[in-house]
Design a protein around this ligand. Structure first.
Ligand code: PEP
Ligand code: MN
Length: 246
């Protein structure tokens, strides 16, 4: 990979229907390096859409073969990891809520032991870097080498502009501790608002991050989760052009 090439990851917050996912992938596959999609969603309210589960893994498996593209999913439990492995998923990520839970991270790390699965660790919801470091350490102790982290901002009662405070100072601290771990910025979850994504993505590039993870949906206005922050395929392509990335 070229020194300055950014990894572009995009896809829906949550996978909803097979036809929606297929039409989205058809539009974006040649603009992105990796497709993302939530299959199990850790929702605050039990009444909200919690993902398609195993059924969506079958669609993902078909997409990976058809487009020769890797697809990343979020895992939160041992069972999620086992199912992801069963359906030939090569990249999983740990969500911000899960990074905050050492029991869950330990379980995921042990289930991935001696597999070649790549894993991305989102920063914990709250601004406690030790939880992030601890998660990385648990993966290292289980001989998982292919690690990246995702900067998705930190919850703050004082932050008014963004859904999550970017806290670039904490990113600098992270880099001091782990200078060789690639950092992906997730401007969708930092901003919570599609209008602000460009500014944060640009700032992240000035900070020399290694890639971007962006939420994109086949019908953003009617998305069942993170409706305000998901771009359409067309908006994603425009954003990447504006950032000189494709
Ligand atoms: C997600 O990426 O869809 C997600 C739930 O993000 P986070 O864990 O950063 O809240
Ligand atoms: Mn989301």
């Amino acid at each position: 990979m070229e020194e300055n090439k950014k990894i572009i990851i995009a896809g829906p917050c949550a996978i909803e229907t097979k036809s929606g996912l297929l039409s989205l992938v058809e539009e974006i596959h040649n603009k992105v390096d990796i497709i993302r999609g939530g299959v199990w969603k850790a929702r605050t309210s039990p009444h909200n859409y919690a993902g398609k589960g195993e059924e969506a893994l079958k669609w993902i498996n078909q997409i990976q073969k058809k487009y020769n593209k890797l697809f990343a999913v979020e895992v939160g439990t041992k069972n999620h990891v086992e199912l992801a492995l069963k359906y030939n998923i090569k990249i999983v990520w740990i969500g911000a809520r899960t990074t905050s839970n050492p029991f869950a991270v330990q379980e995921i790390a042990e289930t991935l032991y001696k597999t070649d699965t790549e894993i991305w660790i989102k920063n914990p919801i709250f601004s406690n870097l030790d939880l992030w470091f601890g998660a990385i350490e648990r993966l290292h102790l289980n001989h998982i080498k292919n690690i990246k982290v995702i900067h998705r901002g930190f919850y703050s009662e004082n932050e008014k502009t963004y859904r999550n405070d970017p806290r670039w100072d904490l990113l600098d601290k992270f880099r001091l501790k782990y200078p060789n771990i690639p950092i992906i910025c997730d401007p969708s979850h930092i901003t919570g608002d599609k209008k602000l994504i460009f500014n944060i993505a640009k700032k992240a590039m000035q900070k020399h991050i290694n890639g971007l993870m962006i939420e994109v949906h086949h019908d953003p206005e009617n998305a069942l989760s993170d409706q305000k922050q998901q771009l359409s395929a067309k908006e994603l392509i425009q954003l990447l052009e504006k950032l000189n990335l494709k």
